[in-house]
Design a protein around this ligand. Structure first.
Ligand code: NOJ
Length: 563
């Protein structure tokens, strides 16, 4: 039996902190709902969507960056960490959004980007003007180049989005000058966290938003921040370039980063001590193993860190089992709770990733995505749901080149079509674009929506009891009502190799058939909830189901047919 301990250091209270088993909905603001009719989602749109999210049953929302930004990486290039970009609204609208969310008992998490800022941030502009050797430049990584005339980059590091991780500036006198480091695009210069001014800036930023009422932060690139002080060559630059993952051991996962998370945790605890509200830090942590990941969620560091291995696992029972076992052993073992993720704004959507060939998403990929959702919601810990996941939206794989805006496409010489297809604005209603996303029918959303989005629109999903939406809603409701779900023990049950079956707490059984042929159900009777039709006594292929076997008196011990 694997048990997740019920405490996490300084936050230990008699009742469990809300975040330990919360389900958070990721709002990609740009693509959620557009209230102004300019084709771009905004904060007022998010506010008007809150009742929809309440009905779905999530505990909180994470808002993708809405700060002033030239949008070279859709807001992950921040020019002002404490403002709102006029494209998305203003501070007044933000305050209304937080107020409404809290009235509905929905927590609000912001996305904070401490590894890099925008090249339009005043600090970077000052650094360009101030020249070599200045204090302004020491807030970034400015260094002379190598080779004759300093014409070569200072080292062999690759940027995550393609090309070298260095760009050269032209000094004020017009001569070719120093190089600066950017692990993503040249418009996103990396900050130098060895300069105390950087930490001090982010202390102020955290406090500013905490004072404005937010419940916590999703931290971008949380294993970044510190680079090896000597900036030496990477031992395997080709691997860094190939995987587009944080594999360069000199640029990522440096031990000094942990002191930042201790500091941020202190700031959160300070606010909690004032008003008793638990604040949450959840890190985007990409590191090679679950064991290294666990270091980020030690009791005095981040509360949680996304565990991307579930997202990365192929549709295969033993792959999923290994990932789940490692996470529960290494992460829950620290006292944190595992933070499960199947989708986000950087990944191909599950319906497509799990083998969809039909763009409308009604086939195998959809069945597997439904099953994966029930699996995730039955695991101990917290879960993050990316907008559109509750609609079973497939990836839009055929966007024409000219509409693509992901900087990865441009930086890889138009080779990698990676992240636009999961960011297409949500369909809400109707039969034609903008499908209720924008106020007005003539508006063109910032990325074009295909005609088949109509079949996934929220109005249809709500009206169809067999939709993804109802599956998520039932799952979330049951999670709230059943003491076995959320935190607690997971015990694997004997099952055929293509099946995962486990028991949560006392008598809640979840099974997933990763194969294509039916298998005998691991529990008698009709399931409490299933991702597809389950004929008596069987679990069909590509299907997951939950059963309550222990207590006939349990008020939830009744079958719910979701398809
Ligand atoms: C991770 C974010 O999820 C991604 O969208 C962004 O482009 C990079 N970090 C750089 O900030």
């Amino acid at each position: 039996m694997l048990t997740a301990p019920a405490s996490n250091g300084p936050s230990q209270r008699l009742t469990l902190p809300w975040w330990r088993d919360a389900v958070i909905y990721q709002v990609y603001v740009r693509s959620f709902l557009d209230s102004t009719g300019d084709g771009i989602g905004d904060l007022a749109g998010v506010r008007s969507g809150l009742p929809y999210l309440k009905k779905l049953g999530v505990d909180g929302i994470w808002l993708s960056p809405f700060y002033p930004s030239p949008q070279h990486d859709h807001g992950y290039d921040v020019a002002d960490y404490t403002g709102v970009d006029p494209v998305y609204g203003d501070l007044g609208e933000f305050a209304l959004l937080v107020g409404d969310a809290h009235r509905l008992d929905i927590k609000v998490l912001l996305d904070i980007v401490p590894n890099h800022c925008s090249s339009e941030h005043p600090w970077f502009q000052q650094a360009l003007a101030a020249g070599p050797g200045s204090e302004a430049r020491s807030r970034f990584h400015f260094v002379p180049g190598r080779g004759p005339g300093g014409d070569l980059p200072p080292n062999n590091w690759h940027a995550m989005f393609g090309g070298p991780a260095w760009s050269r500036v032209t000094e004020a006198d017009g001569t070719p000058g120093e190089w600066y480091l950017h692990m993503f695009t040249p418009e996103q210069p990396d900050l130098n966290w060895r300069n105390p001014a950087v930490g001090a800036l982010f202390d102020q930023v955290l406090r500013c938003w905490l004072d404005r009422g937010v419940d916590g932060f999703r931290i971008d690139v949380a294993a970044g921040l510190f680079k090896h002080p000597e900036l030496p060559d990477s031992p395997d630059p080709e691997a860094d370039a190939r995987t587009r993952d944080s594999v360069n051991p000199l640029a990522w996962n440096q031990p000094e980063v942990h002191q930042v998370w201790r500091r941020w945790r202190e700031v959160c605890e300070e606010y909690t001590a004032l008003d008793g509200r638990e604040r949450l830090l959840v890190g985007e942590v990409s590191v090679p193993t679950a064991r290294e990941h666990a270091l980020y969620v030690r009791p005095d560091e981040l509360h949680q860190a996304f565990f991307f291995d579930l997202l990365g696992a192929a549709w295969d029972a033993s792959a999923f089992r290994t990932v789940i076992t490692d996470a529960l052993r290494d992460i829950a073992g620290t006292g944190s709770s595992v933070t499960w993720v199947l989708n986000n704004h950087d990944q191909v959507r599950t319906v497509t990733r799990y083998g969809e060939s039909d763009p409308k998403g009604s086939g195998l990929g959809a069945a597997r995505a439904r099953a994966a959702a029930l699996l995730m919601l039955a695991l101990p810990g917290a879960a993050y749901v990316y907008q559109g996941e509750e609609l079973g939206l497939p990836e839009v794989v055929d966007l024409p080149d000219e509409v693509l805006t992901d900087p990865i496409f441009r930086r890889t010489g138009s080779r990698a079509r990676v992240r636009d297809g999961c960011r297409v604005p949500l369909p809400w209603s109707g039969h034609a674009s903008p499908f209720g996303f924008s106020a007005g029918t003539q508006v063109k959303p910032w990325l074009p929506q295909p005609g088949w989005f109509a079949e996934h629109a929220t109005d249809r999903a709500l009206a169809d009891p067999r939709s993804f939406w109802h599956l998520y809603r039932e799952g979330l409701q049951l999670r709230r009502g059943l003491p076995q779900l959320g935190e607690g023990a997971l015990r694997w049950l004997e099952s055929p190799p293509q099946v995962l079956a486990f028991e949560r707490g006392d008598g809640l059984i979840c099974a997933v058939n990763f194969g294509t042929e039916p298998v005998p159900a691991p529990a008698a009777g009709a399931p409490l909830l299933s991702s597809g039709t389950c004929p008596a006594g069987t679990l069909p292929g590509s299907t997951a189901a939950w059963w309550v076997v222990a207590s006939a008196t349990n008020p939830h011990a009744r079958p719910i047919s979701s398809q």
